[in-house]
Design a protein around this ligand. Structure first.
Ligand code: PGA
Length: 257
């Protein structure tokens, strides 16, 4: 795992966007795995600026999102489909038909999740997966206790995640208690992973992911076994890392290569 520690969220977002932009330039037909949450918004804005400046194009890019609240329609303003349209897809030149988000209204969630996995496989797998991290160390909605081999399925949200996400809803009881989510195993199959983490609220999760044991109690720690995983964080999110100076020095060398 490479840990890129930046002074600000702005700088980290730009660096992560550059990594994605490089891939899109090299492989205009690449397959991206995308994430929601407040963390990647600035990075999406950077990419939208690149599209506007005609530096890159998403015309032939395909995307699959990590997760969706179960029970929310794609038109619901807190659904992740709605979020992606608002924060990214409507600002770039991607074809909507090339973007995929799990259907939160699927009656048969097993069928929906199996079809999603099959679509990703048919597209050749995910070239680059964008991730945030929950304050409990989750990636996508793989809460503590999720198998590190898990696949796309229905999942249940912890009280901590419901509390964290309540800020987007009128009240905590409006937050859905379940979701459809790619599994840890699904995520780890991506060829490259770019995880973003900002703020002191993420410091414990980042510590667990990077320097804790690999454990289903902190599902992001599964990335320790990935051979091309990049963490872009600010100094607050990195503040609890024992070897932060070493990671910062090493990542500067690795970024050049
Ligand atoms: P956040 O969520 O970006 O809104 O902090 C991250 C996550 O839960 O994965």
């Amino acid at each position: 795992m490479e840990i890129v520690i930046c002074k600000t969220k702005k700088e980290a977002s730009r660096k992560a966007a550059d990594m994605i932009a490089k891939l899109v330039k090299e492989n205009p037909k690449c397959v991206l795995g995308l994430a929601t949450g407040s963390t990647p918004v600035e990075m999406y804005d950077c990419l939208a600026k690149d599209v506007k400046a005609k530096k890159i194009s998403f015309k032939n890019v395909k995307s699959w999102n990590l997760d969706e609240y179960y029970g929310l329609a794609p038109t619901h303003d807190q659904s992740y489909r709605y979020f992606m349209n608002e924060n990214f897809f409507d600002k770039i030149d991607i074809k909507k038909s090339n973007t995929h988000v799990l259907n939160g209204l699927a009656k048969d969630w097993r069928k929906e999740c199996a079809a999603y996995e099959a679509q990703i496989k048919k597209a050749g797998g995910i070239d680059l997966q964008v991730l945030g991290i929950g304050s409990d160390g989750h990636i996508a909605f793989n809460e503590p206790g999720s198998s590190l081999a898990s696949r796309t399925r229905i999942v249940y949200l912890t009280p901590q995640t419901i509390k964290d996400n309540a800020r987007f809803f009128k009240k905590a009881s409006d937050v859905p208690v379940s979701a459809l989510s790619m599994g840890v195993g699904t995520i780890c199959e991506a060829k490259k992973v770019v995880l973003l983490a900002f703020g002191k609220n993420k410091a414990d999760a980042v510590k667990g992911m990077v320097e804790g044991g690999m454990s289903q109690f902190c599902t992001a720690s599964a990335l320790q076994a990935h051979n091309d995983a990049w963490v872009f964080c600010d100094e607050e999110a990195a503040s609890k890392l024992k070897l932060k100076k070493f990671y910062a020095w090493r990542s500067e060398i690795e970024m050049k290569g």
